[in-house]
Design a protein around this ligand. Structure first.
Ligand SMILES: Cc1ncc(COP(=O)(O)O)c(C=O)c1O
Length: 377
């Protein structure tokens, strides 16, 4: 894109979001966040400190993992996790094309080759069938993505990776508090990552977490995160690392958000149930069904319609903050991989993400559903 096109396109995005009377998502930040951030400021140390350690240990407990390391974002966690597993140039990593840019980007930044594959149209995630089409002798890992918080059969995924002696990396960025067969989703995988970007169930603005039960791996992850050093204050560079640290201001917000998380989870599930009720009977709309073998916390409310673009244009004109689904990564300018991945392409053409913030009122949902009904009348 030319520079002027980039500016125009950014301005169009800004003005569209500013006109949204019902946001696609908004965080719920309040007095407790302010209290803990104020405490950090009074302590006069804004880099990682006690709130970061507390945030890490609370998340390890919630996710039933032995170890956790906080990061500046989930992308950074993915890069460090892959480097720590020894994934490098010449290795292939299977990535669903239906994913966030962070997925292929992190594989590439770790030096490995991205091998895109399609997803299962029911779960929107990888399955054994989709992976088998992409696996080769060079495959070092599967980068599994929990699309919109959903999962396919995670036990089958873990067993398959084990049988092939490859790593199972779990990008469950939006799936905190979700479980599969009574096990936290984030407890699966050689390591898993979470994101705390603004639209996640709990947010720190930007932020991420890497979780694992493997101490040796975590020590390496920690080194990559801290500029290749074992810790701050230790100046020997053992790896060509990064500074991927989060700040204490952010993790103080995270600790405050954790206190409200039970309400966020409850409200997100209530919102989905209300949409299901209100959208029933509109023939052109099919609601995405989350895996019934799990207790999934819906990251987004997703519907499938004949032409997503048309509905998005209409709802946007009413000030409703809707979004398209992940664009197929394999056809992005940075990747340009040949071949069709029909499920991924169809999901993008037909899927729409509806507003789903915990702050959404029942009245908002009624208005959104009435508008959809009107569009298809
Ligand atoms: C599935 C998935 N993976 C990775 C990311 C990237 O997370 P971050 O922005 O924290 O790097 C996101 C963010 O929305 C995501 O949804």
């Amino acid at each position: 894109m030319k520079n002027s096109d980039v500016v125009k396109s950014y301005q169009a995005y800004r003005s569209r979001v500013a006109r949204e009377t019902i946001p696609c998502y908004e965080p719920s930040i309040g007095k407790e966040e302010l209290r803990l951030v104020t405490d950090v400021i009074k302590r006069n140390w804004l880099s990682e400190n006690k709130y970061t350690r507390e945030f890490e240990s609370q998340l390890a407990k919630i996710c039933q993992r032995k170890y956790s390391v906080a990061f500046a974002n989930a992308t950074a966690a993915l890069i460090c996790g892959m480097k720590a597993l020894g994934i490098k140039e010449g290795d292939e990593v299977i990535v669903p094309s239906f994913s966030h840019g962070a997925d292929p980007n992190s594989v590439s930044n770790a030096g490995a080759t991205v091998v895109f594959t399609d997803v299962d149209p029911v779960s929107l995630c990888l399955t054994r069938q989709t992976i088998e089409k992409a696996i080769t002798k060079k495959t070092k890992a599967i980068l599994y993505v929990c699309a919109y918080g959903n999962v396919s059969d995670l036990d089958a995924m873990a067993d398959y990776a084990k049988s092939k002696k490859i790593f199972f990396i779990n990008d469950c960025a939006p799936a905190l508090f979700g479980s599969y067969k009574y096990r936290p989703i984030a407890s699966y995988g050689d390591f898993s990552v979470l994101s705390f970007f603004a639209d996640k169930t709990i947010t720190t603005g930007e932020g991420g977490m890497l979780l694992s039960n493997n101490l040796a791996l975590m020590n390496k992850v920690n080194r990559y995160k801290h500029d290749g050093r074992r810790e701050r204050g230790v100046d020997v560079i053992e790896e060509k690392g990064y500074n991927f640290r989060i700040t204490e201001l952010q993790t103080a917000v995270g600790v405050a958000q954790l206190k409200k998380a039970p309400y966020f989870v409850k409200r997100k599930k209530e919102i989905l149930r209300y949409y299901i009720k209100k959208l029933a009977g509109i023939n052109s709309v099919r609601l995405f069904t989350f895996n019934p073998d799990g207790d999934i916390v819906p990251h987004r409310v997703v519907i499938f319609v004949p032409n997503a673009k048309n509905l998005i244009t209409y709802l946007t004109s009413l000030g409703i903050g809707v979004r398209s689904m992940f664009m197929p990564m394999h056809s992005m300018p940075a990747y340009q991989t040949k071949g069709d991945l029909p499920n991924t392409q169809e999901i993008f053409k037909t899927g729409v993400c509806l507003p789903s913030a915990p702050s959404l009122t029942d009245k908002n949902i009624e208005f959104i559903c009435q508008s959809i009904k009107k569009f298809y009348a």
